[in-house]
Design a protein around this ligand. Structure first.
Ligand SMILES: Cc1ncc(COP(=O)(O)O)c(C=O)c1O
Length: 367
């Protein structure tokens, strides 16, 4: 049983949950990278291996969200993201596994090798991939899908917001915070002073903040913004925190009333660079250092920027004497065999640009 349900048995009754994720995920000590970052110790929480089909942070959220879809009797899921979205891909893979038809509503993004791979993998998973030039068109397209299902006499698609950061998805990371607490108690790592994690739609960092508070763990969460407002902002963090605690209290009145711990949450907007999915020099350098010193595979959109923040803080001496935890949110389960026989021409025409145009300059060396 997951730690959240052990602590609050009423939640196990009230909340939908599908055991999609292999939990707990391991924790690793990364001494050489810790020396580079001038920390007392550095550990990595390996959410890259949350699932045998596809890892990364989304699996914890989908365990709740897809269970809700099933409970509602949906036969399809519909979600949103940029063309190379890991969330849209994870949803496609796990929705399909549970028997849903996944629909992805995708908008343009800076080109990268990971965009090319994720699109092919989404196709291999059987997702219906739709490309929209503007966000307004996404809204129209979504309404179109809802009407198409109605005309076909099928249930309405189960809609999952971008990044899976609905309060119910965020609960997946409340559990993750408690899971970390149990690993500390079992002596797998010392209680960290500071935790670094990438923030795209905030479900990961806010869920962790709630879980850590519940567990009585006093650490600073450094949420490293890889998107701009409204996707990542203090206002969004406070709202998602309140909505998630509200959902949990409604499901179990014994769940405590928690107050957003301002002193323990630090939103870092200094490693975003130009914009979402635009690689930065600091980010790609951090990806290379993580690979060389700790054999960890990160990437330039999310985890590279979070690691750059950690290394930057280390460089300026802020992590001296500190026990640091890096939460690795990026899938490391190889998807190559699933995509090796797929040609990009099998994707609809608007996606061909990602294969016919060059990837962004900082991604020229495939990582
Ligand atoms: C690899 C990776 N890390 C971090 C994130 C950000 O997580 P969240 O949207 O919960 O802030 C994402 C979201 O897409 C991701 O794909």
């Amino acid at each position: 049983m997951i730690p959240l349900f052990k602590r609050f048995p009423a939640l196990a009754e009230a909340l939908p949950y599908e055991a999609l994720a292999d939990l707990p995920t391991p924790v690793r000590s990364c001494a050489a990278l810790g020396v580079e970052a001038k920390t007392e110790s550095l550990h990595v929480k390996c959410d890259d291996v949350t699932g045998a089909d596809y890892g990364g942070n989304k699996v914890r959220k989908l365990a709740f969200l897809l269970a809700q879809a099933r409970k509602q009797g949906a036969t399809s899921t519909l979600t949103f993201g940029a063309a190379g979205s890991n969330h849209a891909l994870a949803t496609a893979i796990y929705a399909r596994k549970l028997g849903f038809q996944p629909i992805s509503m995708l908008v343009p993004q800076y080109n990268a090798h990971s965009v090319r791979r994720n699109l092919l993998r989404g196709l291999a998973a059987g997702a219906s991939l739709n490309h929209f030039e503007r966000r307004l068109d996404v809204a129209r397209g979504t309404i179109g899908e809802i009407f198409a299902a109605r005309r076909a006499g099928e249930p309405r698609p189960f809609i999952i917001p971008a990044g899976g950061s609905a309060p119910l998805g965020t609960v997946g990371f409340v559990n993750a915070g408690l899971e970390l607490h149990d690993q500390i108690v079992e002596g797998e790592l010392p209680a960290p002073d500071t935790l670094y994690v990438a923030s795209g739609t905030m479900g990961t960092c806010v869920g962790l903040l709630i879980g850590l508070q519940l567990a009585g763990l006093d650490m600073t969460v450094m949420a490293v913004a890889v998107t701009s407002p409204p996707y990542t902002s203090m206002e969004k963090a406070r709202r998602l925190f309140a909505r998630t605690v509200g959902l949990l209290r409604k499901a179990d009145p014994n769940f405590p009333t928690l107050v957003f711990p301002e002193a323990q949450f630090c939103l870092r907007e200094d490693y975003l660079g130009e914009s979402y999915a635009r690689y930065t020099k600091a980010g790609v350098t951090a990806v290379a250092q993580a690979r060389e010193l700790a054999d960890i595979a990160l990437e330039g959109t999310y985890t590279g920027k979070a690691m750059a923040c950690l290394l930057g803080d280390g460089e300026s001496g802020h992590l001296a004497g500190k026990k640091v935890l890096f939460w690795n949110t990026y899938n490391s389960v190889s998807q190559e065999s699933a995509i090796k026989d797929i040609d990009y021409h099998q994707l609809s025409a608007p996606f061909h640009r990602y294969y016919e145009e060059a990837v962004q300059e900082l991604d020229r060396v495939e990582g």
